[in-house]
Every structure is written in structure tokens, then in C-alpha cells.
Design a protein around this ligand. Sequence first.
Ligand code: ACO
Length: 439
Amino acid sequence: MPTPAPDTVTLLDDRTGQRTESTVTYGTYPRYGAAIPAIDLRTLKVDDDDFGLLTYDPGFMNTASCRSAITFVDGDRGILLHRGYTIEELAERSTFLEVAYLLLEGELPTADQLADWTHRVTHHTIVHESLKKFMDGFRYDAHPMGMLVSTVAALSTFYPEARDVRDGASRAKQIQRLVAKMPTIAAFAYRHSIGMPYVYPDNDLSYTGNFLNMMFRMTERTYLPNPVLEHALDVLFILHADHEQNCSTSVMRSVGSSLADPYVAVAAASAALSGPLHGGANEQVLRMLETIGSTDQVPKYIERVKAGEFRLMGFGHRVYKNHDPRATVIKKITEQVLAQTGSSPLLDVAVELERIALEDDYFVERKLYPNVDFYSGLIYQAIGLPTTMFSVLFAIARTVGWLAQWQEMLGDPELKIVRPRQVYTGEDTRTYVPIEGRG
Ligand code: ACO
């Protein structure tokens, strides 16, 4: 791939007149990212005592933490690429396991490679019986995301060899296990929360078909998933598979950078995903739509959002400032699913909310558009998946992205344990005062 030749920029310190030259490195093309090493700033000092300049970037608004060849997001143009393929094309033409292979291996699989990968994932879906007992220990009303986070962390104790993260063969095995077992743990968490017996995986079904089986099978001999819903879920998994250096992926890389095993790292990433500003958003969207209740209540609700009382959930994105391409695919799938399951009054509320918000100056000026989570909750609800499971579903899909990023990171010759700096604003060194002299 063509990589532009390095250029330089000269940094001028107005405090001292000192200049320093810094080399710019580019992504595949300059528009794919260009950066200078932040460490170059450290040479800029007002005197010898000075630590040197740092960049100050709360929330990492403009900091590249790694080089990555997996996913590219162009927020201004509304583009999402996985290994160079557009998300629209992958959602239209691939299956989730095919996209998982692409993210992890860098290329779309051949028919033989896909058959082998599918076989390997399918035959690692069962979890150790002790893990099932571990899950039995949760309270009847435990949130499934809490159960998922804890249970994935517990997997670490079943596979001690996973700690050898430098061993490529072991890494591949753990990746396979995690991709295979996440749906099982997720479904078990749900079944536990409704007091139903766990359903074992059915290896004859697809990845999403088997997940629906483990979620919903009752007394039937063989569970036959509805093909429209099975496909919709597969597309949703594709749309959620990876999204470059988002909050949870950064956590995966941060935890992984200490060479922790992938189970605890995925548990940590899942914990980050559970927050309402990240993977918890679709749950909040549904709650919001239920609170609004009917289309005539939408204008009043929008006014309260504009007054700063709360945010419009499922709107806005740190990176997409034009449209979220995943939201466009989801809207289409929502229509297909609801044609199958019957319309939802909440869909009318969502459509009206989107229509009014997109015409309103408050949202237009701030470039706030529906994100991937605005409609996904409606699909999940139509499939019969409870609200508390929404972020769990997101975690199943994103596990692939976390693992692809983790694997890439471990192979990066520039890998260093993550350790950001700070600008200290506390007290200077002071004299200790014994307790009787304080106050
Ligand atoms: N509703 C109303 N106002 C909003 C919203 C929203 N959903 N999102 C941002 N704004 C406003 C802010 O109040 C702020 O206004 P101000 O300039 O007058 O203070 C401005 O837009 C910029 O907001 P920031 O918080 O600085 O934007 P940031 O890029 O940091 O936040 C985020 C992105 C967290 C996604 C935000 O848009 C949000 O909270 N959205 C709702 C939650 C949500 O849907 N999260 C899912 C994200 S997608 C995902 O994780 C898969």
C-alpha cells in the first residue's frame, strides 16, 4: 500500500524561541491520519528544571494511541471501513463469522477457510459445567451485563495457559474460545435472570441461530430460528463488530498492554461498554422511547433535551459528525423485522423524534445525528430480546473487534504498557504537620 514519504513540521516555542523539528508519519493516505510523536514536545522547556511540554487531551479527542490496519472511520464523510471494505457492503454480502475472520485475519476467508473457522467456533460453544454453577450464584435479578463481565473474567481461571499471551498458538485458541463462548454466556445470563434452565448450544445452527436457540428454546426437540430475525441479528452483529479506538477498545488495549490474559481484558472492555454513553445507550434509547410514549409527546421531550435536562439517547457521536453509516443499514433492517413481527408504536415515536431533531437548529448546529443505537433497540425488542440484554448483545459482537485489536497490539513492535501523563494541579511539596498541630 502506498505510504507517503515522511514530512516534518517545525514547532516554535514562543516562550523561549526554541524550535524543534518533528517527523510526520501518515496512515495509508494523509486523510487516514497523520501524526507527530508527542514525545518530541518534551524537548521544549522554559528551563532545565522544566519537565518539558506535554499534550493535554482529556477524552483523547486528538490523540492517536496506536497504528492500526483494522478499521477506519471517517466521521465527517460518514464512512466505516473494515480492512478496506465498506460496512454497507459487508452488512449486505457477508455473515458475521465471515466479518469476524476478516477483522482477525486481515482478509475475507475462502470457502474452505470459512468452513474451518465456522467449525472451530461452533465446536467451542459449550462452557465448563463449573462455569454454569458459577453463574447460578448470581441473584435472580442480577443485570445480565454484570453477569457477563464477571463470568468472562472467571473464564480466565479455566484456561491458565491463556496467560502466555506471547504464544501465538495459545492466543489463537483463546480467540476462538471467546468468540464461541460469548453467546453461550450471554444466553445463560438471560436464562438465569428469568429462572429458566440453560439451553445447550446446537452445533447445527448458525452463530446467531444458535444464540436464539440458547435464548428462547423451551420444550421443542429442535429449535428453528425465524430466518428473518436470525439474519437481522447477524447484520446487527456485523455492524457492532469493531469501531477502531472507541472507549471499550481502548480499555482492551490498555489492559492488554500489561500482558494480562484476554479473558480479563475482554471483561474489562465489556465493563467499559456497559456505560450508558457507550454500549448501554440502546437500552437507554428504548427506555427513552417508552417514557415519551406517543408521537404527540415528542416536541415537549425535545424542548427538555434542548434545555439541558437530559440527552437524546441514540443521538450524537464522538466521531461521526455527518451520519453514522451503521444507522442507515439498521433503519432498513428495522423495517424488514417489523414487517415480520408487526409494527411497534415505539417505532413511530422514534421516526418522529428523528424527523423533528434533524430539522431542529440545536441538533443541526451540533451535528447530532442518529447513531448505531437509535434503532438497534427496536430490532432487539421485536426479536423478543429484553432491554437488559441489549449491551450484552453489543458485547458479543464487539468481542471480535476487541480481540482483533488486542492481537494486532501484541504484534506491534512499538507496544508499550499504557501509561498516560497528567498535568498536576495539586499542592507543591509541603511540610508534614503532626495531627495535634492540624486544623
Ligand atoms: N442530546 C443532546 N445534546 C447532545 C447530545 C445528545 N445526545 N450529544 C451531544 N450533545 C450536545 C452536548 O450537550 C454539547 O452541547 P454544548 O456544546 O451546548 O455543550 C455538544 O452536543 C457536544 O457534546 P459532547 O458531549 O462534547 O460530544 P462528545 O463527542 O463528547 O459526545 C456522545 C459523544 C457521548 C456519544 C454524546 O453525543 C452522547 O452523550 N450521546 C448520547 C448517548 C449515546 O447515544 N451514546 C452512544 C454512542 S454510539 C456507541 O457508543 C456505540
